[in-house]
Ligand binder design. Structure first.
Ligand code: DGT
Ligand code: CA
Ligand code: CA
Ligand code: ZN
Length: 589
């Protein structure tokens, strides 16, 4: 395990101990230990090898032993036993916004609550509001959190679903019976959340494929099984459908099961308009004897089907007089009309990205140091990396005041001068937008930076009018370069705050401020549904991973997919420009 993974285990131990009612000093020691590891500049392996862990401030004998065990073996007996001893319902309650270990403990001790269901019932009976330190408002918030959780319980983040799906697809492709295999459904369309996975396979022999699919080690339950299809559920609750078709049908089935439903309906209408019938089985004349299904079953031997000779989706689109339509665009939002005239944009790709701007380091709430982040950016092949740590109003994220920020600016300047990395580092900040729309830092320090990201991190409860005015005021600040995560939403967890998107985009355009497409898989904010229109009006997009560690830089890929869903081209995305052009852009601001 690396230091960040070990830190996460220590934090979890701290939470579990607190739920168990362990004394606060002990609880704090684990969290403190986790912070020590996260901010470690030296190599943890070397420290352990030289037996120097206990020389670190805040790490005593007991903690040192646990860290050593985790580093060497990747697991810790104490942690496993602790997890098993705390009721899983209590741990689950931690997922409800506003509930920490302290409150959960009170609920458990005073009301005997040990599951989310019991908590909901107690809220409805007004028993939670009556507790010391809770009140009507907290009870309302808990109930809203539970309702949200239920509403979203059936869906999963695209990023997490993709991580499960990718190895399965590779496994399917490696089977000797498999001719072709692809993802379908919302995963292939790159929707930000996914209901279930859909795998489509072309093969002539089916049984071994079904057998392989239903016996994956990660499968918890086989919910359906037939000759040519199967459905399974994984431990995470995520479900997956597998369908196997003969090779000649593959393209039609792939198009059908990729969806969306709306896109399919429009495609079928278009086919009908040309006297053809389109289905998962194929493309055949609409009038006359029978359907593509009959044809596939060999019942229409002497009829020439349009299907014949179509071996790719591009050819299927061409057969209906259309230019190719990327899966991300298939939402039934006008893509078919545009494909008719060939006006579909050339969508931005991962390889277009030349650097990213919104990233954190250990100086605020990141888990890797400046140099670790730059090394990782260089490994991505990027020409530049922007560092935008939090500002002081985000005290829970250890935000920077002017003094600490100036120190970081100097450090970054020295690093750039040293020539240690090819990747150039930009000095920025993620500056809090205060509740009244003023920025959290003074103009003189903001002016010393290469760029300024402005974000809302507080007073989420403001009315739409207040929030909109607040954000616009920040956009109008002369030093603002880009707006961070427009709505603050956390997918499947928390709705964004209310804000008038059109008015914010108007202001960004008027003030030459770029808007971020925050690529963190649980944000993807501003939403792809707004990007097409906004970019048409000239709004500049910045795809930012909002990385809090080196691994987080990879989130830019989720941003690329969201950008493609928003019809964005490379030209509309600021960070597809090379270093020189970006420097020019920033100076001109
Ligand atoms: P999800 O799983 O809720 O995130 O969304 P999808 O789009 O993956 O939906 P899913 O898994 O139910 O079905 C996969 C695709 O199959 C869907 O996008 C389009 C196609 N499909 C499924 N049912 C129907 C249907 O009743 N009518 C049409 N036109 N297409 C369907
Ligand atoms: Ca699906
Ligand atoms: Ca499905
Ligand atoms: Zn932020």
């Amino acid at each position: 395990m690396n230091k960040n993974e070990i830190a996460a285990v220590l934090d979890e131990i701290g939470v579990l101990l607190e739920l168990q009612g362990e004394n606060p000093f002990k609880v704090r020691a684990y969290h403190a230990g986790a912070r020590v590891l996260e901010t470690l500049e030296e190599d943890l392996g070397a420290i352990i090898a030289e037996n120097r862990l206990q020389t670190l401030k805040g790490i005593g004998e007991a903690l040192a032993k646990k860290i050593t065990e985790l580093q060497a073996t990747g697991r810790l007996d104490f942690h496993e036993k602790l997890k098993a001893s705390v009721a899983s319902g209590l741990v689950e309650m931690l997922e409800i916004p506003g509930l920490g270990a302290k409150k959960i403990k009170v609920l458990h001790e005073k009301l005997g609550i040990s599951s989310v269901a019991e908590l909901a019932a107690a809220c409805r009976k007004e028993r939670v509001a009556a507790l010391d330190g809770f009140g009507e408002k907290t009870q309302e918030k808990i109930l809203a959190g539970i309702r949200n959780r239920e509403a979203y319980a059936q869906r999963h983040l695209w990023w997490e679903a993709f991580a499960v799906a990718e190895p399965i697809l590779r496994g399917l492709r490696a089977l000797p019976q498999v001719r072709r295999a692809e993802h379908a459904g919302s995963l292939r369309r790159g929707l930000e959340t996914v209901g279930d996975l859909d795998f489509l396979v072309a093969a002539e022999a089916w049984a071994p494929i079904v057998a392989w699919f239903t016996t994956r080690p990660e499968v918890r339950e086989v919910t359906a099984q037939g000759e040519t299809k199967a459905s399974v559920r994984f431990a995470s609750g995520l479900q997956a459908d597998l369908r196997i078709v003969p090779p000649a049908q593959f393209v039609f089935a792939l198009h059908h099961f990729t969806g969306s439903k709306e896109h399919n309906v429009q495609m079928r209408q278009r086919a009908l308009g040309r006297g053809l019938s389109l289905s998962e089985w194929g493309l055949v004349p609409a009038e006359g004897e029978g359907t593509a299904k009959d044809k596939a079953a060999g019942r229409l031997k002497n009829r020439k089907a349009e299907s014949e000779g179509i071996r790719s989706e591009d050819e299927l689109f061409a057969a209906l007089g259309l230019h190719p339509i990327a899966p991300e665009l298939r939402e039934g939002l006008g893509e078919i009309e545009m494909a008719e005239t060939g006006e579909l944009p050339r969508l931005v790709e991962a390889s277009d990205i030349r650097g990213v701007f919104h990233n954190h380091t250990t100086v605020s709430d990141g888990r890797n140091t400046l140099t670790e982040m730059v090394a990782a950016a260089q490994a991505h092949g990027w020409e530049y990396l922007g560092i935008a740590d939090h500002s002081k109003a985000s005290y829970q994220a250890n935000g920077l005041d002017a003094g600490r920020l100036r120190k970081q600016v100097a450090e970054i300047a020295a690093l750039n001068r040293s020539g240690r990395f090819v990747t150039h580092v930009f000095s920025g900040v993620e500056c809090d937008i205060l509740p009244d729309g003023r920025l959290d830092l003074d103009d003189d320090i903001l002016r010393e930076l290469d760029y300024v990201v402005v974000s809302v991190h507080s007073a989420f409860g403001q009315s739409e009018a207040e929030m909109t005015a607040r954000i616009i005021r920040a956009i109008e600040h002369p030093d603002t370069t880009m707006l961070g995560h427009l709505t603050g939403r956390l997918l499947l967890k928390r709705e964004g705050y209310a804000v008038d998107v059109t008015k914010v985009v108007d202001a960004a355009l008027a003030n030459r401020v770029a808007v971020e497409l925050n690529a963190s898989p649980q944000r993807l904010d501003m939403d792809w549904r707004h990007w097409r229109r906004a970019a048409e009006r000239g709004l500049r997009c910045v795809i930012n991973p909002d990385a809090h560690d080196t691994g987080g830089l990879d989130y830019f890929r989720a941003g690329i997919i969201a950008a493609r869903k928003g019809w964005l081209t490379a030209e509309q995305v600021l960070n597809t420009r090379g270093l020189k052009a970006v420097q020019q852009y920033l100076r001109a601001g």
